[in-house]
Structures are given as structure tokens and as C-alpha cells.
Design a protein around this ligand. Structure first.
Ligand code: HSE
Length: 436
């Protein structure tokens, strides 16, 4: 059988990794897919570099529209990124009856419902393993491997840049700004790191996983997003003293009244495997009712790890493109007419444990006033740390860990605590997850 023909949109890091791995492992890949998979066209604005990378073996064009409308192309691989031109090209490829493989989490988190509906009505596939956690086959695991389960929650370290920064802050006791600068110099963080450090990239990924886990439309606009830019080295240190590590987690949880969907720095017990995922690595922990907890670990970015996911999708599409569309795995794991309208809960309704740090006057009755406010708000204290006052400085840091409480109760209690004349700073509040 003739090889299936692939058109690549963008040949940057992931594109060139895809080209190289596909070439290097072509024989094994052909034996798996049942026919060869060949990149025959590449679109990139830098045509000279694209020709160099592909060794003159494929047709190189500057205008990606030529690829998505070329009659010979069966599958379009979109590696341009972003919401603008990428959306237009993906929709055009679908309209032209092409299958699409993409690593574009931003595009699918924001426009996924429109794109999946367009694909469904044209009977084509949109595959996106590479969009979440790079080389880790988490989409495959959630959509297929765990399909017997009622998934209860997912917690993921799904942004390598921020995990690298947090690891460095902890190891070296440095503050965020210093580590970010170093990470940029070393090439671990982008020149414009906003999407990573503000948690947006992680939010795109947890949004997609949440939709697949619970069978609901993609709802990035309902995802609560906090990054790591306001995190202090002192909180990482105090968390450590209390037996916790701080990780930027993407979290989604099924509750009776809705779905929690959030990204924020989170205290995790240091004894959990996921708390020990360091540097730029990714990990996703999934709790299913039948299987229990399963943990997936690996590289979340980089040329060949991401190419590994792109090519796995190419193999899937090659195997299934002649199948009746009704018999393919649905884009969001559940049949499109079976998606649920369960609400995503506002952050004030989230239930979590909390880490509270405040600077107080070291005088009689301060602690009693604070614990009284917490008790009156129905918030139970699990652990407490009080640092000794420094000599000549009658002030101290108090750190409290709460049991589970509703966020709006905690916010109301914090407002009352901050109004006490003996509380000298704002209260730093971080969420905590036991993940057991
Ligand atoms: N910038 C991401 C990260 C990889 O740092 O993990 C692509 O989503």
C-alpha cells in the first residue's frame, strides 16, 4: 500500500523532531501502522531552513494554505501554535476533509468545541496527544486505557518551566525573579514566559484533561488560573518544615454539585511520588474508581518527546482513517451527544485544605484571637508552626494548616484576621492537597 501523506505546518523544534523520528524509525512505524507514513509537504515562513532540515526530500512552501488544500495530503500536522492563523488552518484542513494532528493546547482549550464539532460533521479525526504533557501518553490513557472507570480526580505537574523554577527555588533558597532570570539565560524559560509562569499553559492542559475525564465540553473560560509569580521562597521553606513541597498543579475533581477545575501553587505532602517530580519533568496522577491511583511520568516538552506523541497520533489516524467514523474513539472520549452539562464550580465553592501565613505582634492573646476567628468560621486547624521572635523584634510568623474547608469561608475568615490590629501583614493563603 502507498504511504499515507502528511503535510507539516511549521518545522520548528517539534516539527524537526517529528521529521527526524519518523525517518529514523520508519520501518518500525510502518510495521505498526500497516503502511508507511511520509511527510511530503512542509509549510514554514523560513523556507530556507525548512529545506535544510528536510534535506531537500519534501516540497517546502511558505504559505500553509497550500498544504491544507493540497489534494494529495491525507493528514495535516499543525505545529504553528496560538489561536489565530492556526485556528483558520485547522478549520480549513477539516473542511477539505483532512485529518488533523496538533500539539496546540491553547487552540483546543479555547476553540476545541468548535473544532471537534467541525471534525465530527466532516467525519475526520483531530488527534492531540502532543498537546498535553508532551511525550506522556496521557490522552491515550484517559480516553482508552481508563475507559472502565468513573474518574474521580486528576492532579498534574503539566508545565516543565514552572516545575524547574520551583525546584530551583527550593534547592537553592532563591526567590522567583532570580530563578526566572537564570532559567531564561539557560534556555529553560521562554523570553516571554507569561503563559508558563502565570499558569495559562497548565490551564489549557488541565482543561482538556478535565473534558476527557468527565465527558463535558472544553471550558477554558471557567478554569481558575493562578501562576507562581507571587510565590515567596519563605513559603517554600515553611512548607518544607511542615513536610510539604509546593508544586504548580493542574487539578480537576468530580464533586456531587459540579466539577472543580483549577491551576495554582499547591502544597503536596513530600512523601507523595508526585511531590518528588523535579526539574522540567511532568507527571499526571489520575484517580479512577476501579483502578485507584495511576501515575504517568515523563518529559513534557522537547523535540523528540513531543514528536513521540505526534507520531503516535499519526499511527492511530493511519490505522483508523478507513474505519467508519462511528467506530473511532470520540475526540473527548465520550460520544458527542453524550457530553454532560455538569457545571464547573466557581473557585469560592472549591473545597481544599489551606496553608495560612501571617506576621503578628508577639504578644499575649494574638493566637487566641486568630484561632477564635477560624473556629467561628468552621475552619479546623490541622497543624501550626510559630517561629521564635528575633531578639529586639517582638514580631513573629505564624503558619497554620487547616483541615478541609470551603474557599469562601476561608476568605471571609482571612478578612477578619487581617482586620486584627495585632496582625501586621496580609495573610498568605495557599491551597493544599493530600492526593491520597
Ligand atoms: N512550555 C511548556 C512547559 C511546554 O514548560 O512545559 C509546552 O506546553
Amino acid at each position: 500500500m502507498n504511504p499515507i501523506k502528511v503535510g507539516l505546518l511549521g518545522i520548528g523544534t517539534v516539527g524537526s523532531g517529528t521529521f527526524d523520528v519518523l525517518k529514523r524509525n520508519q520501518e518500525e512505524i510502518r510495521r505498526r501502522a500497516g503502511r508507511g507514513i511520509e511527510i511530503t509537504m512542509v509549510a514554514d515562513l523560513n523556507t530556507e531552513r525548512a529545506r535544510e532540515l528536510t534535506g531537500g526530500q519534501v516540497e517546502v512552501v511558505a504559505d500553509a494554505r497550500e498544504v491544507v488544500s493540497h489534494p494529495d495530503i491525507d493528514i495535516v500536522v499543525e505545529l504553528i501554535g496560538g489561536y489565530g492563523i492556526a485556528r483558520e488552518l485547522v478549520l480549513q484542513a477539516i473542511a477539505n476533509g483532512k485529518h488533523v494532528v496538533t500539539a496546540n493546547k491553547a487552540l483546543l482549550a479555547v476553540h476545541g468545541n468548535e473544532i471537534f464539532e467541525a471534525a465530527r460533521s466532516k467525519g475526520v479525526m483531530v488527534a492531540f496527544e502532543a498537546a498535553v504533557a508532551g511525550g506522556i501518553p496521557i490522552i491515550k490513557a484517559l480516553r482508552e486505557g481508563l475507559s472502565a472507570n468513573r474518574i474521580q480526580w486528576i492532579a498534574g505537574i503539566i508545565n516543565g518551566t514552572t516545575n524547574f523554577i520551583l525546584s530551583e527555588m527550593r534547592d537553592k533558597g532563591l526567590d522567583f525573579d532570580t530563578v526566572l532570570k537564570q532559567a531564561q539565560q539557560l534556555g529553560y524559560a521562554e523570553a516571554d514566559p507569561t503563559f508558563d509562569i502565570e499558569g495559562i499553559d497548565a490551564a489549557h492542559k488541565i482543561t482538556l484533561m478535565s473534558a476527557i475525564a468527565f465527558g463535558m465540553p472544553v471550558q477554558f473560560d471557567k478554569t481558575h488560573v493562578e501562576g507562581i509569580t507571587r510565590l515567596s521562597a519563605i513559603d517554600i521553606q515553611y512548607a518544607e518544615e511542615l513536610g510539604y513541597r509546593i508544586k504548580l498543579l493542574g487539578l480537576t475533581r468530580r464533586r456531587e454539585d459540579g466539577i472543580e477545575l483549577r491551576v495554582h501553587p499547591t502544597l503536596v505532602p513530600a512523601s507523595r511520588l508526585i511531590a518528588n517530580v523535579e526539574g522540567a519533568m511532568n507527571a499526571v496522577l489520575v484517580q479512577g474508581d476501579a483502578v485507584g491511583a495511576t501515575l504517568y511520568y515523563g518529559k513534557g516538552a522537547g523535540a523528540e518527546p513531543t514528536a513521540s506523541a505526534v507520531i503516535a497520533d499519526l499511527v492511530d489516524v493511519t490505522r483508523l482513517h478507513t474505519a467508519d467514523p462511528e467506530h473511532r474513539v470520540p475526540h473527548l472520549a465520550f460520544q458527542p451527544d453524550e457530553l454532560s452539562s455538569v457545571p464547573v464550580l466557581p473557585i469560592e465553592e472549591v473545597t481544599s485544605s489551606y496553608y495560612l501565613r501571617m506576621r503578628v505582634s508577639d504578644q499575649t492573646g494574638v493566637l487566641a484571637d486568630i484561632t477564635r476567628i477560624l473556629a467561628d468560621s468552621g475552619i479546623s486547624i490541622d497543624a501550626m508552626l510559630q517561629k521564635e521572635s528575633r531578639e529586639g523584634e517582638p514580631q513573629t510568623d505564624i503558619i497554620m494548616l487547616s483541615h478541609l474547608a470551603r474557599e469562601k469561608q476561608v476568605n471571609a475568615a482571612i478578612a477578619k484576621i487581617e482586620a486584627l490590629p495585632t496582625v501586621l501583614s496580609g495573610v498568605t493563603r495557599l491551597r493544599m492537597e493530600e492526593l491520597n
